[in-house]
Ligand binder design. Structure first.
Ligand code: GTR
Length: 326
């Protein structure tokens, strides 16, 4: 095959170059999540990582750092903005202060149901919102949505009406919109990172918090005496998988398209895992003695009207479009 030593040498050099380039271009994406291993979002991103490694022959890999080991969500967003974290699954809640446009999805009772929220996310409005995040100066590229169902209240004494919340300090995510929401619902909203909530509940710094069943269980918050779970469903906050723009800009167009495609697949995988986990953790919470309190949500809906008016004014057209989605 090689007629001269020179040809052999050229071929060997070329091979070496290819190998060293491949070596140099191997990229390990550091992925982060506040949730522990096994949580639907963590599993979906890990599965995306496996597919990415397979599709690129190991050239691009994902290494997952679950359980908030890289910091709270706010800190992780900042690290992703500067490129220290490459892939982040986060709630849209703490994205609001960085990309105010997303706050339309962060408003209380903005979605009628989970099915309504999914229809909005899967349609043009969902795509537009991903594009808005990517086009904003936040240096984040929004790849796909993830699900977190709806958030309900958990407290140390039973709550059935807004009046029952009077005087109770309730932990909310870091976004003034949520503090306003809790204040409107009748309690005192206290903004705090997810990682601090367990000890805040234990030491009575707060009297309660709010979240979906999988988070309520895996965070162990139900083990602090906050065992009354009032089905307010007041927030349905989509979650988003973002890549640092610093990393995105280093990828070839083909790799960008591949990452996006696999992220969308992860979105659909996570949804299936999510539905299973809500059912599973609801059972576990009940078995652990948590009391699920069914209520009429209308008084909470009405109490939060001023919050929708205050924050929603700038999104009036978009809110009409959201409402019109079937
Ligand atoms: C969870 C969400 C997390 C985090 C957490 C919180 O439902 O999945 O991303 O935002 O709530 O309350 O801080």
């Amino acid at each position: 095959m090689f007629h001269t030593r020179r040809q052999l040498l050229i071929a060997a050099t070329a091979l070496l170059t290819i190998c060293s380039t491949t070596q140099a271009q191997t990229l390990t994406l550091k992925a982060a999540d506040v949730h522990p291993a096994g949580y639907p979002t963590v599993e979906a991103v890990e599965s995306m990582g496996k597919k990415l490694a397979a599709a690129t022959n190991g050239r691009i890999k994902v290494q997952m750092f679950p359980g908030g080991v890289l910091g709270g969500e706010k800190e992780m967003i900042e690290q992703t903005q500067v490129g220290a974290i490459q892939l982040l699954r986060t709630s849209l809640g703490p994205i609001g202060p960085v990309v105010p446009e997303v706050n339309v999805f962060n408003m209380p009772f903005v979605f009628r149901s989970q099915a309504h929220m999914r229809a909005v996310l899967d349609g043009p409005i969902g795509t537009e919102m991903l594009d808005k995040i990517s086009a904003s100066p936040a240096r984040l590229v929004a790849l796909a949505w993830m699900d977190s169902g709806s958030r309900s209240l958990y407290t140390k004494k039973p709550v059935r009406t807004p009046a029952d919340l009077k005087g109770l300090k309730i932990r909310m995510m870091g976004n003034p919109l949520f503090v306003d929401t809790m204040n409107a619902m009748g309690g005192n909203g206290i903004s705090m990172g997810y990682g601090e909530v367990f000890s805040a509940l234990q030491t009575n710094v707060v009297d309660g918090a709010e979240n979906n069943p999988p988070s309520y269980f895996t965070s162990n918050h139900y083990n602090t005496g906050a065992k009354y779970y009032t089905q307010t469903h007041h927030l349905m906050i989509p979650e988003v998988l973002v890549m640092s723009k610093v990393t995105w800009d280093k990828l070839s167009k083909d790799d960008q398209a591949l990452v996006k495609k696999l992220a969308r697949e992860a979105q659909m995988e996570q949804r299936v895992l999510w539905d299973k986990s809500v059912a599973e953790y609801t059972d576990k919470l009940k078995a652990a003695g948590v009391e699920f309190i069914q209520i009429d949500t209308k008084p909470f809906y009405e109490a939060t009207a001023p919050v929708r008016a205050k924050y929603g004014a700038q999104f009036a057209d978009l809110m009409k479009r959201i409402e019109a989605v079937q």
